[in-house]
Structures are given as C-alpha cells and as structure tokens.
Design a protein around this ligand. Sequence first.
Ligand code: ADP
Ligand code: MG
Length: 699
Amino acid sequence: MEQKAVPQLQIDMPVKFVKGIGEYRARLLWRLGIRTPLDLMEYFPKSYMTRRVNPSLFESTVGDMIAFTALISWVDLRPTKSGSKILNVGVSDTKITLVCTWFRFPPHYEQLFKPGQSVWLSGTLSEHDGQLQLLHPDFELIADQEEELDFWKTREILPVYGLTDKLSQKMLRNLIYKIFELFAAQISERLPQELLDRYQYPVRKVALQKMHFGTDLGEIEQVRQRFAYEELFFSQLMWARHRYYHIKAEDGIVFENKDRLKKLLWERLPFKLTSAQVKVIREIFSDMCSARQMSRMVQGDVGSGKTIVSLFAMLLAVDNGYQAALMAPTEILAEQHYQNISKLMEGLPVKVGLLKGGTYKGKAQIKKDIAESELDIVIGTHALLQDDTVFKKLGFVAVDEQHRFGVEQRAKLARKSSRPDLLYLSATPIPRSLSMTVYGDLELSIIDELPPNRKAIQTFVRQEGKIDTVYNEVRKELIAGRQVYIVCPLVEESEKISLLDAERLYKYISTKIYPEYSTALLHGKMSAKDKDRIMHSFKAGETRILVSTTVIEVGVDVPNATVMIVEHAERFGLAQLHQLRGRVGRGTSQSYCYLIQHFPISSVARERLSTMNKTTDGFVIAEKDLELRGPGEFFGTEQSGMPRFKFASIIKDQLLLRQARDDAFGIITRDPDLQAENNSFLRSEYIRLYNSREELILY
Ligand code: ADP
Ligand code: MG
C-alpha cells in the first residue's frame, strides 16, 4: 500500500517499523500501552533522578515512599539455612545510613554493587531491628554507563520511566532520544493558539522535549501543567457539550408543583426540616417542574437526612400520577428504607412496596403490582434495574449511596423510555473541584447542615498497647445497654490472614473480654443470607457486640450502637474511617469512636488519624483525603466513571481545572458543535479524542 505523497516515517505508524525497534521490542512497548512514535514521546517519566547525592533522607519516616541518590558503603551476601541467599547493601547519603535488602534477586546482582558507587534508589522505607531498610527497592547505578548514549552521560537529571520486564531504563531512554530525532518535527499542536497565548504555554513539541530532556525540575513542573491543562480542557469540553445538549433536549417529564401529599407528610414529620434540607428540596422541585430531565446529586454527610429529602421528591411524582422508585445498594438498606417510609406513609393514599433480588415468595406479585401501577413507591435493590422489572409509569428514581455508579450506569438509567427524573444520594462528600470532573453530568445540591441536637461523636486515637483501657471504658457503655462495633481491616494481599484476624479477635472478645455479652462475627466470605441474619440480630439489639471486617453496610442505622472501635486504624483510608465512624452517633446519646493504631505507622497514616481526631466534617475530611492520597485512590480502584488523568492532579491543579472549565464552557456556549472557522482545529482534535466515547456521554 505504498502511496507516493506519504512520508516514510509517520508519527502514528506502528513502532515496530521504526528502524532499530523491531517486532520484539515493539511487543514490550505494547505492554506499556505504547503503539506509535507519538505514544512513545507521550510516555512521560514517572519521576526524575539526579546524579548528585541529596541528603534529604533524614526527613522521612517509616512507611514513606522515598526516592534518592546515595553512596554504597558496603555489600554483604549471606546464605540462608534453606539454601538461598540474602543480599544486603548498605548505603548512606552523608546524614543517614540504611540497608537495602533482597531476598530474591537475579544472579548478576551478586557482582553488581561495589562500595563507592553512587546509586539511585526508590521504595518504601521500613525498619528492621532498629535499622532503616528498603526491601527490594527500584534502583539504578549512576555510573553504569554501558549502552548509554553520549547525550545521557552528561545529564545532571535523568528521566525515570515506568518499565516492564526486559525493558531497562537505559533502553527506553535511548529509544526515546532516537524517536525524538526522527519524529519531533511531526509533533502537532493540540491547543488553540489563543489559549497558548493566554497562559504562555510552550508549544506541544517543545513541551514534550522538556518533559524528557529537561534540566530544571521547576521548568519541568511548568510543562507538566501545560499537559494537565490540556487534559482537563478536553474533558471539560466534553462535559460542556453534554450540558448544552441536555439542557436543550427538554424531553423530561414536566411535573406540576402540587402540594397535597407534601403537606400531609410535612404535618406528620416528627421533626422540623433543617434549612439545608428545605433548600435542597426546592432545588429538586424546580428541576422536576422543568422540561429538562433531572440529573441531580445530593451530597450530604452521614446522618444529614437525605432520605426524607428524596421522599418529598417521590411524593411529588406520585401526586402527579407517576410511580417513584428508591434504589439502595444492599437488601438490608432497602428493607430499612422500606420500613421507615412505610411507617411515614401509614394512613396516606400512597402504596409502598419492596422488591429484592433473588427468588422469593410473593416476588411475582410485586412485579405485577409494579407493572400495573398498583404500587406508587417501590423500594428495592439493583433488581429494580433489571429488564423484567417493568414500571407502568415511572417518573422518578432516587439512587441511594450512589458512589458505586459510574457514568455508564447513569446513562442507562437516564435512557429509560419514560425519561424519569433522577436523584443521586451520596454520603461520600466530594470536594467541589472533583465533582466537576467526576460528575460533570450532574447538578449538585449540598446538605451542609446536620439536624440539631446531635451530639458530636468523641474520637480517640489510642495505641495498641492501651487496648485494655479502651475495653474497660467501652464496658461502661455495654452496662448502660448500648451496642458496640469492632472493625478490623481486610488487607487485599492476604485476605486469609486478616480473616483469621477477625475470627481470632471475635474469639478473644467473646471469651476473654466480654463473655457476658452476646457477640457476633461478620465478614465478607459469609453468604448474603448469613450476613443478613447477623445484621438483623444486631439491629434488633439481640447481638450487643459486632466484630466485623469492613463489610458493615453503609447507611445502616442502629441508633443504639454508640461505640465504634477500629483496629489497625492506620491501614484505613480517610473516607473509609469517616464512613465507619458514621455508623455511630445516629441516636440521641453520646457516641464514641476509638481508632487503634499499630506500629509501624507512616507519616501519611499519622496525618489521617489526626485529621479524624480534629474534625467530623465530611467535606473537610474529603479534601484532606484527596490531598493525602490523590484522586486516583479516592474511591478505590473499581470506581467506574472516574476519569484517569495522566498529568492533572485534582488537588494541585484546582486553579487549572477552573480555568479549563471556564475556557471550555465559554467556547461551547458560543459554538456548541465547534463549527466556526476558528474552531475547526479544535473540532478535529476533539473528534480524534472522543469519537467513540461521546455517544456514551451525550445521553
Ligand atoms: P443520611 O443522610 O445519612 O441518609 P438519613 O436520611 O438516614 O441520613 O437520616 C438520619 C436520621 O436523621 C433518620 O433517623 C432521620 O429520620 C433523621 N432526620 C432526618 N432529618 C431530620 C431533621 N431535620 N431533624 C431531625 N432528625 C432528622
Ligand atoms: Mg442514607
């Protein structure tokens, strides 16, 4: 397929055709997601190493991720009883000495390290017998200049890339250098000139070169910002288009603002709504009465009273002759909602039903009632979403604890034929900056106020050695008739061990510590039925102490439980700790949360615990969590719908995000389809980026 006008070397051709790469290396690069020369040039360093020894190590503590350059002072190779070998290498950075240890290593390591060499190391700092240690660190010998291009030999600062087996830093560095020689001229710009001028960003070609070959870390950071902006700008461009079309579509249900049922509920409420609740109900009603299909998220801390807010919305739908649904992530939560809402609806002309998953007696009848509109409000689990659950006239859906829902599921819900109005409830407060990127398709309402007369939960951080005094303090609560949660972590790498931990802890608690109270064990390996039975018995107060891995259902309400003990609290993320603490303090009595820390503890973990100690405000905690962990880990890995940014950090780049958002929305407001002459460049970039994904977003 030779074409005359096409140059031999193209920036988007498969890398295997580039001279010197070939089939084999191309396959290695493929594993890194690199297919073309452009991919290779966009394969940014994960860090930079400097050849100079930099004595900053003494500021680090055990558990920290560190990367530094040091001098090798000694090498020690010793056999073990089992016939293998342990390699220890002592290094120092003029202030501090530590030992690098390998229990498994390729044979050539034995000859690799020599006293006096300088070496770059990266790993997690640990401690063994009072000696600082790095176990199986990443490393690179600075003076090892074999197979290195002259260009790199003279550099003070070198890029460090993420690697795969059989690819070395040096190979990749050399490859990237050569690729730039061959293809740099073909790098094209992606941002409009107007925006480059506005922020004084270097053109893309120069910026790419600086990322790999920069000599000044400050300058490299500025260039990173250019790419972060580019990334954020295009994602905001997509949300701007979504918003534009969504508002224009006007294909939602127009509810009439009737207040018959609203009044009836209002009159029988056992409490006064908070002003935040009233404000949010207004926002929801205004959406529901417009022709636009509502897609709104209500964020409110645990216990802020989101359920009642969604009930008002459901009643508006029912008042208009529609059905409403409330979807919960678990059966126990669905049942809890069903009981509470049924009670509130007693005597009112509103029929409430419960639909659970699996097969059970009476299910067919419920489905029939849903199909024939015998039920006005249906509460259920994901079963509500199944294709064979057919509503006669569905007008409104509330999704409780929606954080497991990604963009795709939201799109599926929104496309239901009746175009129901949608309300998402979230107890995971998310900083505004993050909402704009993750939930760019949703309007946001915030309940930033807790009902009055709630006693703030008292939080204590205690060391493992003090656990007996904790048990003694907690006994007072048990004597007073209250209930207690004890949570221990489930570590992913070794589920078995921690499961054992939970079991062992359960035995210890039930036989040695509180033998006089009924204790139950709950963990993830149990059948749904067993979990349900145990949760019910705890809810009913028959079980007084619940020892559990983190499977305690989000949102479960046991007002009589006043104590939460979290074992190994240093292993939990902030959002998780906040959720766990939210299980108590749901009644009128004083509640307590004990965070038990075990050693070693990293400085980040220390900061998490001190944050928990200082504040109970979910939004403050969310901001801090984001700062400490970065958005990638914010929701855990399976969070779908979370954009993966290569360069942008939602915390560091909040200003960039705001700029990108304003710029993108400004452009789309003036020219929604990028048809204007001066946007044609942007249009082709946009299509190249989002061609296949856009359909998914523009629902
Ligand atoms: P969450 O926002 O965590 O889902 P819920 O909706 O479960 O919170 O409400 C927690 C508890 O607070 C419930 O028992 C509910 O009846 C009660 N509640 C809700 N709003 C108020 C209010 N304005 N005043 C007092 N109690 C309220
Ligand atoms: Mg709730």
